[in-house]
Ligand binder design. Structure first.
Ligand code: KG4
Ligand code: ZN
Length: 336
C-alpha cells in the first residue's frame, strides 16, 4: 500500500475500553485505554453487566482521546477495526455497535478482529521493523480468559498446538490471589507479594498436566491445592504461598513452551497476553530460550487488552495489502 492509511481500532472485550489510531506503516499513533479495574475491585472480579455499562459510558470519550492524542480528525480515518470476539457479549456489543455506527455514518469499511489473534501478534509492538522476524514463530499467549500455544507459520496462517482445558493461567493468578485476600486483578498483586518472599520455599504446589504428552494446560487443580494448603496451614506465610503458586504456574508455562520448542523448532518466540507482564515469567523465559532463539514480549502498555494490537492485526491480515484493501473496501459496510 503506497499511500499511508489511518484506521481507528476499538477494543471492548472485557474490562478495558480502548481506542487507537494505527497507520498502514504499522505505527501506533495513539493507544488510549480506560481501565475499569477500580469498579470491579468491589466485587473481586468482572460483573458482565457492570462492564458493559462502563464501556457504554466511556467508549466515545476514549475514541475522542485517541483521535486527539494522534492529532487525527475523524474525517481522516479510512477504516474501522473492532474486536469481534471472544469476550463478554455485552462488552463486545458496545465496541461493535459503536464501530458500525462510525463506519455507517462515514461510509467506511469495517473489519472484525479476533482478540486472541491480536494478542498473538502483539509482540510486534516492541519492534522498529518487525518484517525481519523469522517464521515459524512459537507463541505462548496467557491471559485472564485464555492460555494458548500457537505456531505462527506466517502472519495469516497459524496452528493451535495446545490450550487450557479448564481455567486460564491469568484466572489461576486471580483466583489464588483472592484466596490470599489480595485485590482484583490478582496477577500483579500476587507477583508483588511473591517478590517479598526471601529464601527457599518448602511448599511445592502441583503443576497440573506438566508430565502429559500433549501441549495442553490445566490450572483448576492448582487453585484447589492452594485452598487446601491454606485450610490445613492457617499460619502459613502469605508471601511464601504467593511465591510457590506463582512458581507452579510459571513452571508449567515454561515446560510446555519448552516441549513445543523441541517439537516444532521455531526460529522466533513470542510471549504475550496479560500474564506476560509478570517479571518472574519473563525472566525465566529469557533464561531458558534466549540462547536458542530470539524471544520477544509486547512493548509496555500492550501486555493486556488494548486497541493498538487490534489495529495491527487488521493490517497484518491484509495479505497483499493493496488487493486486500480493495476487497475490504468492496465489502458492504457493517459486514462483521
Ligand atoms: O490480556 P488481559 O489484560 O485480558 C484478557 O484477555 O484476559 O489479561 C488479564 C490477566 C488477568 O488475569 C491478570 O491477573 C493477569 O492478566 N496479569 C498478570 C500480571 N498482570 C496481569 N498475571 C501475573 N502477573 C502479572 N504481573
Ligand atoms: Zn485479552
Amino acid at each position: 500500500m503506497s499511500r499511508d492509511i489511518k484506521i481507528l481500532a476499538i477494543e471492548t472485550s472485557c474490562d478495558e475500553t480502548s481506542a487507537s489510531v494505527v497507520g498502514s506503516d504499522y505505527k501506533i499513533l495513539s493507544n488510549i485505554t480506560y481501565s475499569q479495574i477500580p469498579f470491579h475491585q468491589k466485587t473481586q472480579g468482572v460483573v458482565p453487566e457492570v462492564a458493559s455499562r462502563l464501556h457504554e459510558k466511556k467508549i466515545i470519550p476514549t475514541i475522542e482521546n485517541a483521535l486527539k492524542s494522534a492529532g487525527i480528525k475523524i474525517e481522516q480515518i479510512e477504516a474501522v477495526a473492532v474486536t469481534q470476539g471472544p469476550g463478554l457479549v455485552g462488552s463486545l456489543l458496545v465496541g461493535v455497535e459503536t464501530a458500525k455506527t462510525i463506519a455507517w455514518l462515514r461510509h467506511l469499511p469495517i473489519q472484525g478482529v479476533n482478540h486472541i489473534y491480536a494478542h498473538l501478534i502483539s509482540p510486534i509492538t516492541s519492534f522498529d521493523n518487525f518484517k525481519t522476524i523469522k517464521f515459524p514463530v512459537l507463541v505462548l499467549t496467557a491471559s485472564g480468559g485464555h492460555t494458548f500455544l500457537v505456531l505462527l507459520l506466517s502472519w495469516t496462517n497459524y496452528q493451535v498446538l495446545g490450550q487450557t482445558i479448564d481455567d486460564a493461567s491469568g484466572e489461576a493468578f486471580d483466583k489464588i490471589a483472592t484466596l490470599l485476600g489480595l485485590p482484583y486483578p490478582g496477577g500483579p498483586a500476587l507477583e508483588k507479594l511473591a517478590r517479598e518472599f526471601q529464601g527457599q520455599s518448602k511448599i511445592i504446589f502441583p503443576s497440573p498436566k506438566i508430565n502429559s504428552d500433549d501441549l495442553n494446560f490445566s490450572f483448576s487443580g492448582l487453585k484447589t491445592a492452594v485452598l487446601y494448603y491454606l485450610q490445613k496451614n492457617p499460619g502459613a506465610k502469605k508471601t511464601e504461598v504467593a511465591y510457590a503458586s506463582q512458581q507452579a504456574i510459571i513452571k508449567v508455562l515454561v515446560e510446555k513452551t519448552e516441549r513445543a520448542f523441541a517439537q516444532f523448532k521455531p526460529k522466533t518466540i513470542f510471549i504475550a497476553g496479560g500474564v506476560s507482564a509478570n517479571n518472574a515469567l519473563r525472566q525465566t523465559m529469557i533464561e531458558k530460550f534466549s540462547a536458542r532463539a530470539p524471544i520477544y514480549f509486547p512493548a509496555k502498555g500492550f501486555f493486556g487488552d488494548n486497541a493498538g494490537m487490534i489495529g495491527l492485526a487488521f493490517f497484518l491480515n491484509l495479505k497483499t495489502p493493496s488487493e486486500a484493501w480493495d476487497k475490504i473496501k468492496a465489502q458492504p459496510n457493517l459486514k462483521l
